[in-house]
Design a protein around this ligand. Structure first.
Ligand code: ZN
Length: 500
């Protein structure tokens, strides 16, 4: 293929892929937010057509030639086109090296396995799910072989979610967490300090809660002309382009801070998507660069802003005014301590800020062993329970609250979990650098998020997929992942709260 022809064709493919992704995303958004129960079958048929169209567009010899033509002349490409070529090459390699028959059989398996997981979880029966999980793991091991890997086969899977990271990075990272966070949690478990939390589970009217989430989005600068907030069972963010970003929250009448922190969390994801630079819009590059960097943004707004004392000083009087009956006798300090209560628990998605990463560490340790074959599927529940006992001091009494709690493995998302903890740690590292030029507490006390937003836009958001996660972290903070920023932050904060 000729160079100019390849350039034109790449634009055409990029536009088409964007359109197909737009359609798929809007259908999935609709499924989670408003579609009726009986819409399942029709949606599955449509999604299958769209997915196979995307597959045909990207995985064929002509497109491979096109990429080769452009790769051969990469010095003549502008930076945006070069980044697109790299992105599409990764996507091509991810799929094309796997025999087509196996790839489509795997797609079928994932659907069946998700189904089996749902039933197994409802019936509290691990044996029902085990054969599917065994197959999912076997496929992923084979795919890593087909695609090739350096070091541990897990590296290939991890690279799909956090490019450039390896098990060596993660072993160091989680090793440090184990050394610092596990003893900290033990100390808190044994501490006499008991924080007041009963006011958090009083009845809080839904309408007022939604007014509060709406206010929160204004405070953090979420652009409502380019995004909306809806409700869904599990909060999430999806973007069709930078001017159309959808986020969701959930409202529990007896747990009102769940809505506050979901809104701040998804709002953080949403801000990232809304603030990618304009010239990347409507292309494959117009999105967050990785799951981990994305999570660093959501955790920044949720934890470093939302759970900070300075922001509570600003926000709490408003919350108190909105819920006078429930909160008039609760002081600012009681509110701050209540929302930062540490309670080791069995369920990852309900975990507090301190123990959350330990839930992720357990999953990482298990995934790594599943992929290198050092454990058997049958032994999984026992291994799971032992790790919960060792690291968190709690032991699951059944499978549903233990090894069967997450949807990820049933859908083949092996290598995804670590990004939750990496992102949380990135957030502390970003904060550390940001705090050198911004008076963080003063701004938060005044409810002024604009300096923080501007810093994140300049250093993170605007780049979209132009930089890899490692490149972004180094360009923003001057160093690669340094877990000490995260462990220091946790030690300082929780030693104060629990008088350790
Ligand atoms: Zn998130």
């Amino acid at each position: 293929m000729e160079f100019n022809q390849a350039l034109d064709k790449l634009k055409e493919v990029d536009q088409k892929v964007h359109a197909l992704n737009h359609a798929e995303a809007i259908i999935s958004w609709d499924a989670a937010t408003g579609a009726p129960k009986n819409s399942v079958e029709g949606r599955a048929i449509t999604l299958e057509v769209l997915t196979s169209e995307t597959f045909k567009t990207l995985i064929n010899d002509e497109f491979n030639d096109l990429l080769h033509t452009l790769e051969d002349k990469k010095d003549n490409l502008d930076p945006i086109t070069l980044a697109k070529v790299k992105e599409y090459r990764d996507e091509y390699n991810r799929i094309a090296k796997i025999p087509a028959k196996e790839y489509s059989a795997y797609t079928g398996l994932r659907a069946k396995s998700s189904n089996a997981w749902e039933k197994a979880k409802a019936n509290n029966d691990f044996k029902e799910f085990a054969p599917y999980l065994k197959e999912v793991v076997a496929y992923n091991k084979r795919f890593a072989e087909y695609r090739g890997f350096e070091g541990h086969p897990y590296n290939t899977l991890l690279g799909d979610y956090e490019k450039g990271y390896t098990t060596d990075d993660l072993d160091d990272f989680f090793g440090s967490l184990k050394e610092t966070v596990v003893p900290l949690v033990k100390q808190i478990n044994e501490s006499d300090v008991k924080l007041k939390t009963d006011f958090l589970s009083k009845y809080y009217e839904k309408k007022t809660q939604l007014e509060l989430s709406d206010k929160l989005l204004d405070i953090i600068g979420f652009n409502k002309d380019s995004g909306t907030l809806c409700e869904s069972v599990h909060p999430f963010t999806t973007n069709f382009n930078k001017n159309d970003v959808r986020i969701t929250t959930h409202v529990h009448k007896n747990n009102f801070t769940s809505n506050i922190f979901s809104t701040l969390h998804e709002g953080g994801h949403g801000l990232y998507e809304q603030n990618v630079r304009d010239d990347l819009n409507f292309s494959i590059l117009c999105s967050g660069t990785s799951m981990g960097i994305h999570e660093s943004q959501s955790r920044f707004y949720e934890n470093l802003i939302g759970r900070s004392y300075a922001f509570c000083e600003y926000l709490y009087p408003t919350i108190q005014e909105m819920f006078p009956e429930q909160l008039s006798s609760i002081t600012l300090d009681e509110y701050y301590l209540g929302i930062n209560n540490v309670q080791p628990s069995l369920i990852r998605i309900e975990a507090d800020e301190l123990t959350y990463s330990l839930h992720v560490m357990i999953r990482y340790e298990i995934e790594k062993m599943l992929i290198d074959g050092s454990i058997k599927i049958e032994d999984l529940p026992e291994i799971w329970n032992q790790k919960y006992t060792d690291y968190l001091g709690v032991t699951p009494k059944n499978y549903s609250n233990g090894v069967l709690q997450d949807v990820h493995w049933s859908e083949g998302l092996l290598g995804y979990f670590p990004t939750y903890a990496l992102g949380t740690a990135y957030a502390s590292q970003l904060y550390n650098t940001m705090a050198k030029s911004i008076d963080f507490d003063k701004d938060l006390r005044e409810g002024n998020i604009s300096n923080i937003n501007q810093w994140l836009i300049e250093n993170i958001h605007k780049h979209g997929k132009m930089l890899s996660p490692k490149e972004i972290l180094v360009s923003a903070t001057g160093e690669s992942l340094n877990v000490k920023h995260f462990t220091d932050y946790l030690s300082n904060k929780y030693s104060k709260i629990y008088n350790l």
